[in-house]
Structures are given as structure tokens and as C-alpha cells.
Write a protein that binds this ligand. Structure first.
Ligand code: NAD
Ligand code: TYD
Length: 342
């Protein structure tokens, strides 16, 4: 039997593919290879004769019903883990259309095919952002959803649609809501890799607003380990928060990166805030802990290793940081930075 990993060429998906093939699991990846999908993230797997025979790639869209049904009818899929998504909040603010397609309609197509062909487990990778801002305390799985940007709203749509297929059709669904991930292979539009790579290049670090927003950081390898754990021990129809237990102010993370790279603090520039910016995310992970799983990687160790990875893998991100990326970067940031003093 095979596990279908959608979005397996992206940041988290590629780590999960690696975890699965290293356990000897047969993996089928369906990935559209959008700007964020990158086969280089899977290079070590494809080039290793042991793992390459456990791996098969379909380049395509999860919204493509015909293709999804073809995969279900020709591969022995018993489990699906849906990572495929448009994943960047700032891009969703610039243009939401692709988010509605992939993060809602795409989930629908996968659920319908799973219902039609039968499946042992469907893991829908949702996000802590569906809860919206945590004004105090930490969100439990039973708390109301209050998404506040097009990305989190479309993810909430996919999250609740998956739940509806459990309630209505008893499709064996598990929904995970992880906090902010960090680690190797993260596309450099996201906060941590953007700040690390900009600092290496002596470019400005655009810190939104006062920088006192809070995110809870979970290392991508911990996140993938938690998903693997839930595939075996999670209960169908349940939602599980996956947090890192590492709440940090953005400004503190920016300073840590600067210190680690021995760069001047003046690289940090406070810029115009993100529209509708969620002030704080925080998860109560007691439900997952009660099952016996806790994250292992301390933020201060994980971030140091991540910085080292970006120092040692400059070819990987320098290939990304041109063309489409720079077009996006200029659109997103050029009006935010103060004009250079002459
Ligand atoms: P990513 O943007 O790095 O990767 C997304 C992958 O999905 C890419 O390989 C892309 O090509 C593929 N994809 C996009 N649209 C597709 C489509 N229509 N059909 C097939 N493939 C498509 O994202 P990521 O950071 O790895 O996030 C993976 C999942 O985890 C997403 O569902 C995201 O919402 C969720 N999540 C992410 C975080 C985080 O901090 N990154 C936190 C919690 C949850
Ligand atoms: P991001 O990586 O986009 O994740 P999310 O918005 O999904 O949490 O951003 C993490 C935090 O960093 C968020 O509070 C926004 C902030 N941020 C900046 O201050 N500057 C930036 O250039 C980016 C991309 C993010």
C-alpha cells in the first residue's frame, strides 16, 4: 500500500516524504510544482537507489479530479496526507484566488476521491491560524475558528469540509493544526528564512509594525514526527493542535538571527504592518500530550541549526531568490522600506 503525499515538494511535505521513505514506506507525491514546489527539496531521495524506488511523483493539481481519480485507481493508496496549499499570508492579501482554489476546492476533490475509492486514513494539514488572534491563553481544539486573512479563511474552509466528510460519510479523517514551522528547505518568503538569507546578503530585514507579534515556533521535523504519530495513534474525526511550546516575539527572533550571524542590528527596519495582522498565535497541546507525544527540539538549538543550513546551502536559496521571487519581493516590500539616504 502507498501513502499519497500532496504538496510533497514543498517545505513541510518534503520533510514528511523523507521521514516516510526512511521508514521504508511506499510514497506517491502529487504536487503542482507552483513557485513554492521544488524538486531539489527531494533530490537526496531521488538520487539514493534505496529511497528512489519507494518514491513516485505526479506533477499535477489537487483540483484536477480526473488526475486525482487516476492516481487513486492506479496506485494502492490507503493513506493520504494533504499538505498541498497556497501557504503565504502576504500573497493571499495581494491576491486570494489561488488560495480559494487549492485550499478549499482542492480539499473537496481529494475528499470526494477518498470517499469514492475508500481510504484507511485522511490527514488534513490545517493550521493554528484558523483560530485567529489569541488575545489571552492558548487555543484548544474545541475553540471557535476566527480566521482573519484570506489564507487562514481558506484553510478553515478546508479544515471544516474535511470534518464534514467525517460526520456525514464517516470518512476516516484526522485534522492537524500546527503552529509556525521553521527548518531547512523553507521557501525564503517566510519570516525566518527571509530574515536569515537577507542578513547573509546584508540586505534590510523588514520587520512588520512594532515587531511585538508573537508566534509559537515548531521545528519542521517535530511537526512531521507528530503527524506520523497521529497516523498511528490519532482518533478518526478528531482535531489535534501541534505546537512547539516556543512563543517568541518577532523582534526577538530577528535579533537572535542578527546575533547568530554577527550582523549589525541596523539591518532590522520596522516597516508598514501587514493588513489584518494577527497579533499572537498560541496553542494548547494537552490533547496531543495526553496521547504521549511532545516536541523534542528546543527553539534556540533548532534556529541555530536552521541558520547553519542556510549558510551551507546558499545555492539552494540563491536559485530561488531571483526571477518570480524578486518580482514578488519588490511588489511586497519596495513601498514599505524607507528610501535609501543619498
Ligand atoms: P509550501 O508553500 O512550502 O508548499 C506547498 C506545496 O504545495 C508546494 O510544493 C506546492 O507546489 C504544492 N501545491 C500548491 N498548490 C497545489 C495544487 N493545487 N496541487 C498540488 N500541489 C500544490 O507550504 P508548507 O509551508 O510546506 O505548508 C504545507 C502545509 O502545511 C500547508 O497546507 C500549510 O497550510 C500547512 N501549515 C504550514 C505551516 C508553516 O508554518 N509553514 C504551519 C501550519 C500548517
Ligand atoms: P510568516 O512567516 O509569514 O508566517 P505567518 O504569517 O503565517 O505567521 O510570518 C511570521 C511572522 O513574521 C508574522 O507575525 C509576520 C512577521 N513578518 C515580518 O515581520 N516581516 C516579514 O517580512 C514577514 C514575511 C513576516
Amino acid at each position: 500500500m502507498s501513502i499519497l503525499i500532496t504538496g510533497g515538494a514543498g517545505f513541510i511535505g518534503s520533510h514528511f516524504v523523507r521521514l516516510m521513505v526512511n521508514q521504508g514506506r511506499q510514497v506517491v507525491v502529487l504536487d503542482k510544482l507552483t513557485y513554492a514546489g521544488n524538486l531539489e527539496n527531494l533530490k537526496d531521495i531521488v538520487e539514493n537507489s534505496k529511497t528512489s524506488k519507494l518514491f513516485k511523483l505526479y506533477k499535477g493539481d489537487i483540483c484536477n479530479q480526473e488526475l486525482v481519480e487516476h492516481i487513486f485507481s492506479s496506485e494502492n493508496i490507503d493513506t493520504i496526507v494533504n499538505f498541498a496549499a497556497e501557504s503565504h499570508v502576504d500573497r493571499s492579501i495581494l491576491s486570494a484566488s489561488a488560495f480559494i482554489d487549492t485550499d478549499m476546492k482542492g480539499v473537496f476533490v481529494l475528499l470526494e476521491a477518498s470517499k469514492r475509492f475508500g481510504i484507511k486514513k485522511f490527514i488534513q494539514i490545517s493550521t493554528d491560524e484558523v483560530y485567529g488572534t489569541a488575545h489571552s491563553g492558548a487555543f484548544k481544539e474545541t475553540d471557535a475558528l476566527n480566521p482573519s486573512n484570506p489564507y487562514s479563511a481558506s484553510k478553515a474552509g478546508g479544515d471544516r469540509l474535511a470534518y464534514a466528510y467525517w460526520v456525514t460519510y464517516k470518512l476516516p479523517i484526522i485534522i492537524t493544526r500546527a503552529s509556525n514551522n521553521y527548518g531547512a528547505y523553507q521557501y525564503p518568503e517566510k519570516f525566518i528564512p527571509l530574515f536569515i538569507t537577507n542578513a547573509i546578503e546584508d540586505r534590510k530585514l523588514p520587520l512588520y509594525g512594532d515587531g511585538r507579534q508573537v508566534r509559537d515556533w515548531v521545528h519542521v521535523e517535530d511537526h512531521c514526527a507528530a503527524i506520523d504519530f497521529l497516523m498511528a495513534c490519532g482518533k478518526d474525526g478528531e482535531v489535534y493542535n501541534i505546537g512547539g511550546g516556543n512563543e517568541r516575539y518577532n523582534v526577538d527572533v530577528a535579533n537572535l538571527i542578527i546575533d547568530e550571524l554577527k550582523k549589525p542590528k541596523t539591518l532590522i527596519e520596522h516597516v508598514k504592518d501587514r493588513e489584518g495582522h494577527d497579533r499572537r498565535y498560541a496553542l494548547d497541546c494537552a490533547k496531543l500530550a495526553a496521547l504521549g507525544w511532545k516536541p523534542k527540539i528546543k527553539f534556540e538549538n533548532g534556529i541555530r541549526d536552521t541558520i547553519k543550513w542556510y549558510i551551507n546551502n546558499q545555492a539552494w536559496w540563491k536559485r530561488i531568490k531571483n526571477g518570480e521571487f524578486m518580482e514578488y519581493y519588490n511588489r511586497q516590500y519596495s513601498h514599505r522600506f524607507a528610501p535609501a539616504k543619498s
